[in-house]
Design a protein around this ligand. Structure first.
Ligand SMILES: O=P(O)(O)OC[C@H]1O[C@H](OP(=O)(O)OP(=O)(O)O)[C@H](O)[C@@H]1O
Ligand SMILES: O=c1[nH]c(=O)c2nc[nH]c2[nH]1
Ligand SMILES: [Mg+2]
Length: 161
């Protein structure tokens, strides 16, 4: 992806909370779920919100790494697996987003019976996610609130002079 094609989408805490609550609402009835497996690190905040909304007390994580800054440097690697389940049956695997789909493709091999959900999805990742809330274009980098800081900017008129 060239610098010119690279767009950005900034997510606020409020937007993330609202969208994740809607993702939780779509997982009713709750009786079908044994628990949540958050894909650390990006899935930890959405996973916690979903656990609260669905009143699920079994919350585990899988720790997967493949990106360094904004570049996918290698195939996903499992830094920590889950011991909550053998095959994922009855578990919701929650991540913040699916982009190329490499992370969820890798996790589907490990947890073939789980349901995979994300808050955001880009087109290339759609075959690997069972349900998501918002579609984002492939050439757009999503910035999450935990990666940002509020800061002052000059007024538009001031910038012209
Ligand atoms: O669909 P993909 O192209 O695989 O990309 C999606 C994954 O990339 C990000 O995680 P990352 O590996 O950057 O680690 P992090 O969650 O610890 O930030 C994001 O949280 C997803 O887990
Ligand atoms: O914060 C992030 N924003 C993204 O758009 C993305 N794609 C892969 N990994 C990502 N992390
Ligand atoms: Mg991640």
């Amino acid at each position: 992806m060239s610098q010119l094609e690279h767009r950005e989408y900034f997510v606020s805490w409020e937007e993330l909370h609202r969208a994740t609550r809607e993702l939780a609402r779509r997982q009713l009835p709750v009786e079908q779920w044994r628990g949540i497996i958050a894909v650390s690190r990006g899935g930890l905040v959405p996973g916690a919100i979903m656990a609260r909304e669905l009143n699920l007390r079994v919350v585990d994580s899988v720790c997967v790494s493949s990106y360094e800054f904004q570049t996918q440097k290698k195939e996903p690697t499992m830094l920590k697996d889950t011991q909550a389940t053998e095959d994922g049956e009855g578990f919701l695997v929650v991540d913040d987003l699916v982009d190329t789909g490499n992370t969820l493709k890798f996790l589907r091999e490990r947890l073939p019976k789980a349901k995979f959900v994300t808050v955001y999805a880009k087109p290339a990742g759609l075959p690997y996610v069972d349900e998501h809330i918002a579609d984002i274009e492939q050439d757009t980098w999503i910035h999450f609130p935990w990666d940002m800081h509020l800061h002052y900017i000059d007024p538009i008129a001031g910038a012209e002079t």
